[in-house]
Design a protein around this ligand. Structure first.
Ligand SMILES: NC(=O)c1ccc[n+]([C@@H]2O[C@H](COP(=O)([O-])OP(=O)(O)OC[C@H]3O[C@@H](n4cnc5c(N)ncnc54)[C@H](OP(=O)(O)O)[C@@H]3O)[C@@H](O)[C@H]2O)c1
Length: 241
């Protein structure tokens, strides 16, 4: 039985990771600002144990308080999944300092703080799985805050993959392509069709397809500092096929 701490677990990819952990009887601390009863129920119905932690990761003590609550509720953390993210789009001139800082706070600073807090008590064999994005590794106009956060997360993953290796802790980055979740539900049909056309596999992903790779990476001890695309071939191509 492994003990998971999953941010963004109230929806989308984070929730799918939590449900899969439930299916193998694992214990999961699920984190989000929203009411988490539905995710907790899904994890427990699947066969696992859920510890809901309703918290805002942007709060001054957010990540540290979440890490303490998870360690206390689970008796320790074996796998940390940083899935929470904030997306604020817009061209450079339209973005405020606050927009930029808010996206970095959730997408980059909070993972850094959570890894620091969790790694301090993690045993050898522990795993950190960060969730990146294609726009962190490829330029996409109108995405400078989100692209910066995700690009930074790739750097953080590589540094800590090396730095935490002597402790036996792996740190990897999954890079999803376009995935059907709350984050993408506002994309209109025309834009979505254009996006699907640019994906070699010609479809978007279901959250569970990304979650399965998160699980696989979290139990792969000889992989660390790696950047793993799960993107239907998006990054392998040139965007026109
Ligand atoms: N969907 C895609 O196409 C796609 C593509 C590439 C990468 N990703 C990445 O995949 C990860 C999961 O996203 P998703 O697609 O599953 O979208 P999602 O359903 O919108 O999940 C994002 C989660 O972040 C949490 N969150 C945001 N601000 C927070 C805060 N201040 N404190 C605590 N939690 C906060 C939200 O929970 P609350 O609202 O409950 O706080 C939400 O559950 C993200 O890192 C995203 O960047 C997604």
């Amino acid at each position: 039985m492994r003990r998971w701490l999953i941010t963004g677990a109230g929806s989308g990819i984070g929730r799918a990771v939590a449900e899969l952990a439930g299916e193998v009887g694992d214990a999961v601390a699920i984190v989000g600002r929203r009411e988490l009863a539905a995710t907790a129920r899904a994890v427990e119905e699947a066969g696992g144990t859920a510890v809901p932690i309703q918290a805002d990761l942007a709060a001054a003590d957010g990540p540290d308080a979440v890490a303490s609550a998870a360690a206390e509720g689970l008796g320790g953390v074996d796998v940390l999944v940083n899935s929470a993210a904030l997306h604020v789009g817009g061209r450079l001139a339209s973005l405020s300092d606050d927009d930029y800082r808010a996206v970095l706070e959730i997408g980059l600073v909070s993972p850094f703080r959570l890894i620091r807090a969790v790694a301090a008590g993690m045993e050898a064999g522990g795993a950190v799985v960060n969730i990146g994005a294609v726009v962190g590794l490829r330029g996409f106009p109108g995405d400078s805050p989100y692209g910066s956060a995700k690009g930074g997360l790739a750097g953080l993953t590589k540094v800590l993959g090396v730095e935490l290796a002597p402790q036996g802790i792996t740190v990897n980055l999954i890079v999803p392509g376009f995935t059907d979740t709350e984050m993408t539900e506002g994309v209109d049909d025309v834009a979505k069709e254009r996006i699907v056309h640019s994906i070699p596999l010609r479809r978007t992903a279901a959250a569970v397809e990304i979650a399965r790779v998160v699980h696989w990476v979290a139990q792969t001890p000889y992989m660390t500092g790696a950047v793993i695309p799960v993107d239907g071939g998006l990054m392998a191509g040139f965007g026109t096929h």
